[in-house]
Design a protein around this ligand. Structure first.
Ligand code: MRU
Length: 378
């Protein structure tokens, strides 16, 4: 996507050395800062501190983290230690586990001397695959936007509500939930996006608003609680969100607050779509509410807020009385029954085991209790 008019991805391998470049998303929207990851510890820190965030980008960063680890120590121990370090960074996005397993499965049988080059190559492939997946999600998902446009008699912009940032910044490029939006924009379908601010870290207000502004997509930031009101008054044609982990039965874990939006959408007959790249599908579980681990973060993200102060500096303000207890659940699970459709790189399907297996038949599951057989890609 464009930053200041220039094509940019969110992660890249530096041409003149082994370092991996990232955009430090903790500085956005007020400053555009890039950083170099030079070892696996820096990659783990970038994921944990949310310099990089969003399920697909977490996976891509972990893949490069393994490559950086191989530079330091290409032995089996180096590989195992790196995998363990990266896996412990954030629990909910399954792309992390997927990318680490992909890298470990690939590197383990190779002699140590071959591991560095192969690891960098595979990390680059994972990034390229992410871009391809997101483009395909855009091609399929635009049908939902076009349908809403036709239903409105092609009058007025299609009003889309999104939550958190499932955009370009959460992936390597294009985004997942934003991919159909960018495709619709290319096709000339008029759009307007309601952007949930997404407390407590404000990924909507800070990141999605910044990203949509850079791409010239009309949008309005709303308080998280405004969505129900807008849906009740016919101001939302469809909801379009991303996912950190979708189960084989179609339950969707995404940023905290997504479930409430799905309930409001269901109550108001507003279609609720989830953009799901296949590395975000956890084929090993069915019941998302019981089985998906929900990250709990520092309560200070709730009691405090970060923003630009009137003197231009970035500061942290306290919102609550001194000593107030706060809980910070970072994700919730939307049950499949509230989801209109899953937009994958292979098409749109029902949020159900049957829907997903119609698009991904190679993932065989004889029963819920049986281990799935997942054919490796690439
Ligand atoms: O805590 P974050 O910012 O990593 O959470 C991100 C989300 O919840 C996104 O919606 C999700 O990862 C999908 S990204 C394409």
């Amino acid at each position: 996507m464009k930053v200041g008019g220039r094509d940019t991805t969110t992660i890249w391998c530096e041409a003149d050395g082994p370092a991996v470049g990232i955009i430090d998303q903790t500085r956005l929207p007020h400053e555009f800062v890039t950083r170099h990851l030079r070892d696996v510890a820096a990659a783990a820190h970038a994921i944990r501190s949310m310099q990089v965030r969003g399920a697909p980008l977490i996976g891509a960063t972990a893949a490069y983290g393994i490559a950086l680890a191989m530079l330091e120590d290409p032995t089996d121990k180096g590989l195992t230690d790196a995998a363990r370090l990266l896996l412990a960074t954030r629990p909910t996005a399954v792309n992390l586990r997927w990318a680490i397993a992909d890298m470990v499965d690939l590197l383990k049988p190779l002699p140590a001397a071959e591991r560095v080059a192969r690891a960098y190559r595979r990390a680059a492939e994972i990034c390229a695959e992410d871009i391809g997946i997101n483009r395909a999600i855009g091609e399929h998902g635009v049908a939902a936007i076009a349908a809403a446009w036709r239903q409105k008699g092609e009058r007025g912009p299609v009003e889309i509500l999104t939550h958190c940032n499932a955009g370009w910044l959460a992936t390597v490029d294009r985004g997942t939930a934003t991919a159909p939006i960018y495709r619709a924009q290319e096709l000339g379908i008029p759009l307007h996006v309601w952007v949930d601010e997404t407390r407590p870290r404000n990924q909507g207000a800070a990141l999605t608003a910044w990203e949509l502004r850079e791409q010239h997509v009309p949008h309005t930031v709303i308080a998280d609680n405004a969505g129900g009101h807008l849906m009740q008054h016919g101001r939302v044609d469809l909801c379009l969100v991303g996912t950190d982990r979708t189960t084989a039965a179609g339950d969707v874990a995404n940023k905290i607050g997504t479930y409430l939006k799905a309930l409001a959408a269901h109550a108001n007959d507003v279609p609720f779509y989830v953009a799901v790249p296949s590395p975000s599908i956890d084929w090993t579980i069915g019941d998302g509410v019981r089985e998906i681990p929900i990250e709990e973060r520092d309560p200070r993200e709730v009691t405090h807020i970060v923003g630009r102060l009137s003197d231009g500096t970035i500061g942290r303000l306290q919102l609550t009385p001194d000593g107030t207890e706060a809980a910070n659940y970072a994700f919730d699970v939307t049950p499949a029954r509230l989801v209109t459709g899953l937009i994958t790189e292979r098409g749109i399907c029902a949020a159900s085991r049957a829907g997903l297996s119609s698009l991904f038949p190679e993932v065989c599951r004889a029963s819920v209790h049986e281990e799935p057989v997942v054919r490796r890609r690439g």
